[in-house]
Design a protein around this ligand. Structure first.
Ligand code: PEP
Ligand code: MN
Length: 347
């Protein structure tokens, strides 16, 4: 249910509604737009007479029952597109955002060199895994805390915010000491307890799409994070499992406009995990921007053939350098901009 307040409703009237809703054991989420406030009510059961009761309160324009399962992620609850500020970078604004970096943090040199190279090419956020979900337990599973420390060093060196994956609630506090954005990987995209805990951690969360997740399931997973009071969720399409084996996964480009029709959250494309092969990454990256994605997450490594994870899909510095002007051109063609370095001058 949403309560649409009148344009001149005052704070006291809004607080009165929120207090009443909370007294019923329901959740109230405010969306304060430029013109008016919308109060989204979640929880169950919604008393059958609640609409009638709230509709006559002062300051209320109308009450609307929302029948969609997803609520906080949907346009009804939040009619403005979500913008997320991470240090100097704005995600979900006019400019597309490029996140890049190695699949895994392997050493300080590898990570800092990569950070410098991607920054020079126009990326604004550094990625790198310290805790890696690997299909085989015998493969490199990340440097753990040391990896987080290295990412923090790379941030100091370049001024770029960092994003890294958290795989378990037990690691949230430690990862949160370092990271600017939590990444929830495809394999954990429906780990609801993890989603709830990360929702309490007070930092933006990038939620990858699970290997076989429907759009509605994806939004409901994001809903677990947002229901904890964290509005800053970024969705990232990284390819889904299909019968096709010529790529690692099948990039569902249509997820971008479909999600944008359903939700106000920013949507990214990860062409690297979709493609599985570096030669395919540029085409998928450009397709993502052409489809209207708010940004890209791309794996880049100083020496992909020696990478400890996902080398086959990682771009070299030169390849990334060649790609970013093409991303800028496509962004411009679809009415977006490409703002390499608001923070470059500051560092
Ligand atoms: C990654 O970003 O390195 C990763 C493991 O991604 P995904 O969860 O999409 O497989
Ligand atoms: Mn990877």
């Amino acid at each position: 249910m949403i309560i649409v307040m009148e344009t001149n409703a005052n704070r006291e009237q809004v607080n009165g509604i929120v207090a009443r809703v909370k007294a019923l054991g329901l959740g109230a989420h405010l969306s304060e737009g430029e013109e008016r406030t919308i109060i989204g009510i979640v929880g169950s059961p919604l008393p059958p007479t609640l609409d009638d009761e709230l509709e006559v309160q002062s300051g209320v324009e109308r009450v609307v029952r929302i029948t969609k399962k997803y609520k906080l992620t949907g346009w009804d609850f939040h009619p403005q597109k979500t913008r997320i500020a991470v240090r100097d970078v704005v995600i979900g604004g006019d400019a597309v955002t490029i996140i890049a970096g190695p699949c895994s943090v392997e050493s300080e040199e590898q990570t800092v060199d990569t950070a410098r190279a991607i920054k020079a090419a126009g990326a604004t956020i550094l990625r790198g895994g310290a805790y890696k979900p690997r299909t085989s337990p015998y493969e490199f599973r990340g440097l753990g805390r040391r990896g987080l420390e290295i990412l923090a060093t790379a941030r100091e060196e370049t001024g770029m915010p960092i994003i890294t994956e958290v795989m378990t609630p037990a690691d949230i506090e430690q990862v949160g000491e370092f990271t600017d954005i939590f990444q929830i990987g495809a394999r954990n995209a429906q780990n609801y307890l993890l989603l709830e805990e990360v929702g309490k951690a007070g930092k933006p969360v990038m939620l990858k799409r699970g290997l076989s997740m429907l759009m509605e399931e994806w939004l409901l997973a994001a809903e677990y994070v947002m229901a904890q009071g964290n509005p800053d969720v970024i969705l990232c399409e990284r390819g889904i499992r299909t019968f096709e084996s010529s790529t690692r996964n099948t990039l569902d480009v249509s997820s971008v406009p479909v999600i944008q029709g359903m939700s106000h959250l920013p949507v990214f494309i990860d062409p690297s995990h979709a493609a599985g092969k570096r030669a395919l990454v540029p085409a998928l990256a450009l397709a993502g921007i052409a489809a209207g994605a708010d940004g890209l997450m791309i794996e880049v490594h100083p020496s992909p053939d020696h990478a400890l994870s996902d080398g086959a899909q990682s771009l070299t510095f030169d390849q990334f350098d060649e790609l970013t002007p093409r991303i800028a051109a496509v962004a411009e063609a679809v009415g977006r901009s490409f703002a390499p370095m608001p923070q470059m001058a500051a560092v």
